[in-house]
Design a binder for this molecule. Structure first.
Ligand code: GAR
Length: 208
């Protein structure tokens, strides 16, 4: 059974999709051990509470320095002894020590087709604003392993979504979530939980 920690900052619709997929048997061999938020007002925490899943908030605001926050965060995460850390709309920069310790055991969902509209400054609605400003006709979402760069780790799954005339960032965000994020995030977890994902020379291979 793959033990998961899901890290969140906001609404938690991706967390909800993961919980629903576990209930529906679309993700097998996986269990959420803990949900951790950096923001005490994140609705994601309520979603975890409703499911009876352990949940907690560790906010940088409560610590004197970023180093202190990082230390406490990693200590708490380690105490759950999880196999996979899932960044589901987690908007905090992951410290290098955590990336080293959990090499190829941290995955992130990004709301675009990497390498477009990703990297520093591209998160949440800003991604969709960038897509509309450039006028591309196809966008989507990407699940990838986290490495030292921003959105640069090995890509596990991607799904394309059409940009429609008249889209606002909010409308596009919702379509990307519905048609891509809420599908490929659970799918990626299921593949990992069932031993189908490996990283070879920096690229992901998925077993049949
Ligand atoms: C999602 O769209 C996710 O892809 C994005 O934040 C949103 C969180 O929504 N993540 C990033 O932009 C990471 N760079 P949620 O809290 O409802 O899952």
């Amino acid at each position: 059974m793959l033990k998961l920690a899901v890290l969140v900052s906001g609404g938690g619709t991706n967390l909800q999709a993961i919980m629903d997929a576990i209930d529906a048997g679309k993700i097998t061999n996986a269990k959420i051990e803990v949900v951790i938020s950096n923001n005490k007002n994140a609705y994601a925490l309520e979603r975890a509470a409703k499911k009876g899943i352990d949940h907690l908030c560790i906010s940088p605001k409560d610590y004197e320095s970023r180093e202190e926050f990082n230390r406490v965060f990693l200590e708490k995460l380690d105490s759950y002894q999880v196999d996979l850390v899932v960044l589901a709309g987690f908007l905090v920069v992951i410290p290098a020590e955590m990336i080293q310790k959990y090499r190829n055991r941290i995955i992130n969902i990004h709301p675009s087709l990497i390498p477009s509209f990703c990297g520093t400054g591209y998160y949440g609605l800003k991604v969709h604003e960038g897509v509309l400003a450039r006028g591309v006709k196809v966008t989507g979402a990407t699940v990838h392993f986290v490495d030292e760069g921003t959105d640069t780790g090995p890509i596990i799954l991607q799904k394309a979504v059409s940009v429609e005339q008249g889209d606002t960032p909010e409308i596009l965000q919702r379509r990307v979530m519905e048609q891509a994020e809420w599908q490929i995030m659970p799918q990626a977890i299921d593949l990992i939980a069932n031993g189908k994902v490996s990283v070879v020379d920096g690229h992901v291979q998925i077993a049949e």
